[in-house]
Design a protein around this ligand. Structure first.
Ligand SMILES: NC(=O)c1ccc[n+]([C@@H]2O[C@H](COP(=O)([O-])OP(=O)(O)OC[C@H]3O[C@@H](n4cnc5c(N)ncnc54)[C@H](OP(=O)(O)O)[C@@H]3O)[C@@H](O)[C@H]2O)c1
Length: 262
């Protein structure tokens, strides 16, 4: 059954949480897309879908419960998206996970390494394989991967995060080299610093509150990236004319100090 009766273009936001994921979903829906939201937690997904539909109309969002560490889950969700919404025009692979307090290699288990790497890398490989055939048949499509500072630099404690993110960056380059000439715009965004989402943004704001950093709280957007501003970058990449496609760009807040670490 089709839920996309108006035959809107379709974006799949893979790793749809309340931060970048939802902001990107809303940015594209505002421009006339229908969005497929993929993540594991049904109540969060339902709330997100309801919020988007209440702001933009019925049929603009649909969620698909998916564990991106499991290939058959990914394949089955994309099959449902295809039959319920139609072929995916834009894939944003946004899922990414890491331990908040890093551990050295010797204290990192194989299970942890595999678990995070599956989210950070394998899920993107499987998702890309699901959408590429329809994009190639259409002769166009956009695939954007969300990276991090750890995509470019290995730092102590991040052995279960950074290798997957490095791999994701490489996969974005390979997609570009293999499929750009066939109309696919592949891009990788290095998010170089903290995002003002529920988790990291919340931790950062609470720390500022504890430390009495009033100025920082008042000017949060100059220190931590705002999801709706980042969403603008995804939209910009998608709408670039084909004579000027970006393969990779980096973004950081005005006062972010990570830049020196790149
Ligand atoms: N937040 C930051 O400060 C920051 C900084 C630099 C880079 N980044 C990058 O930004 C991306 C995330 O953006 P965000 O932090 O704003 O998060 P977000 O969009 O709010 O949420 C991402 C969602 O991914 C989902 N996810 C995680 N593991 C999954 C799995 N195994 N299967 C399905 N879904 C899964 C989670 O939902 P469920 O738990 O419900 O599955 C989570 O809510 C990541 O690629 C991260 O590396 C973030």
């Amino acid at each position: 059954m089709s839920y996309n009766t108006q035959k809107k273009q379709v974006i799949a936001v893979v790793g749809a949480g309340p931060g970048i994921g939802e902001a990107v979903a809303r940015r594209f829906v505002k421009e006339g897309f229908a969005v497929a939201l993929l993540a594991r937690t049904e109540d969060k997904l339902r709330t997100m879908q309801q919020g988007i539909e209440s702001d933009f109309g019925n049929g603009t969002a649909r969620y698909y419960i998916t564990d991106l560490r499991v290939e058959k889950d990914v394949i089955s969700s994309f099959a449902s998206i295809r039959s319920e919404l139609g072929p995916v025009n834009v894939l944003v692979y946004n899922a990414g996970a890491r331990r908040v307090n890093g551990r050295s290699i010797l204290n990192t288990t194989t299970e942890e390494f595999e678990n995070f790497t599956k989210i950070n890398l394998h899920g993107a490989f499987w998702s890309s394989k699901c959408v590429l055939p329809d994009m190639l048949a259409a002769g166009k499509g956009t695939i954007i991967f969300t990276g991090a500072t750890g995509s470019l630099r290995g730092s102590p404690g991040l052995s279960s995060f950074s290798p997957g993110k490095f791999g994701l960056r490489s996969l974005a380059q390979i997609i570009t080299r293999e499929y750009q000439s066939k109309g696919i715009h592949g891009a990788h965004i290095v998010i170089d610093g903290p995002v003002d989402g529920k988790l990291i943004g919340g931790v950062t704001r609470r720390k500022w509150e504890r430390e009495g950093e009033k100025a920082k709280l008042e000017e949060a957007d100059s220190f931590i990236m705002q999801p709706h501003d980042l969403a603008q970058v995804y939209w910009y990449l998608h709408t670039q004319p084909r004579s000027a496609w970006t393969q990779e760009l980096d973004v950081r807040a005005q006062k972010e100090s990570m830049f020196s670490k790149l």
